[in-house]
Design a binder for this molecule. Structure first.
Ligand code: SF4
Ligand SMILES: [Zn+2]
Ligand SMILES: [Zn+2]
Ligand SMILES: [Zn+2]
Length: 242
């Protein structure tokens, strides 16, 4: 299924650095962003109105996803990129159209009322695309207690305790089972067997995500950056994988 995206979100994604309206919103947007970066042939369907990102807009937030000025911004961007609502195009095609038809400063006109504009990240994103540079990686958020930047936690903090695991209950990463017990508001459920071919283990050293299958056969070493993982984690697989 193509990823449904509205006009202005095509540009918001270029400046995405992991911030957003709520944890759920950020988790979802990070997932979309990483999918597009990992595979630029991913198909996107241009939609008018709420899309796959709006879907996670917090229920208690000031909902703007159906505001007229937002729809007008969508229409303007879609037109500038020579696209139309209903069209399905690859992410690579969108990037190439951005590179051909936009400049960073265009956002001062297109997005003049957006509160995120002043951060400058969206202009920087367009600048990168125009220059043919890669967009920066954004790591999935890791929840838990005293989590460091390599996903060590209050419970496991040796040099090699550098993976986080996604739980089936909330689809969120935690460094360990105890972290989930302490920090989440629900009981932990292991990652379901039927989804062992989806990313569910995060390397804290490089941010690479492994499927459960890949993790089980990686011999306690990240296939992407070669960092050593704690082989002791094998003893606890039943807590994490169904
Ligand atoms: S300024 Fe706002 S609407 Fe425009 S691309 Fe950035 S986040 Fe999106
Ligand atoms: Zn959970
Ligand atoms: Zn922990
Ligand atoms: Zn790694």
């Amino acid at each position: 299924m193509p990823i449904a995206l509205r006009g202005h979100h095509l540009l918001c994604l270029l400046g995405y650095r992991g911030m957003g309206y709520s944890d759920t919103y950020v988790d979802n947007m990070t997932g979309v962003y990483r999918t597009l970066l990992a595979d630029p042939t991913t198909e996107c369907e241009i939609v008018s109105g709420p899309d796959q990102l709006c879907q996670c807009f917090p229920a208690d937030g000031e909902y703007h996803c159906e505001d007229r000025n937002v729809a007008e911004r969508d229409a303007l961007i879609v037109q500038r990129l020579g696209l139309q609502a209903g069209q399905v195009v690859s992410w690579a095609e969108i990037l190439s159209r951005v590179a051909q038809s936009l400049q960073p400063d265009d956002l001062f006109q297109i997005c003049s009322t957006c509160p995120w504009l002043s951060y400058g990240v969206c202009q920087e994103g367009i600048q990168r695309v125009v220059a043919g540079e890669e967009l920066p990686m954004v790591r999935p958020k890791v929840y838990g207690v005293q989590v460091d930047e390599q996903t060590r936690c209050k419970h496991y903090y040796s040099e090699i305790d550098i993976i986080a695991l996604k739980f089936g209950c909330c689809e969120r990463y935690y460094p360990c089972y105890e972290c989930h017990l302490e920090a989440a508001d629900h009981p932990p459920k292991p990652w379901p067997r039927a989804r062992f071919d989806e990313p569910a283990v995060l390397c804290g050293a490089c941010g690479h995500e492994l499927t459960v299958q890949a993790y089980k056969s990686c011999e306690s070493k990240c296939p992407s950056c070669q960092a050593a993982f704690n082989p002791g984690c094998l003893l606890h697989h039943h807590l994490y994988f169904e």
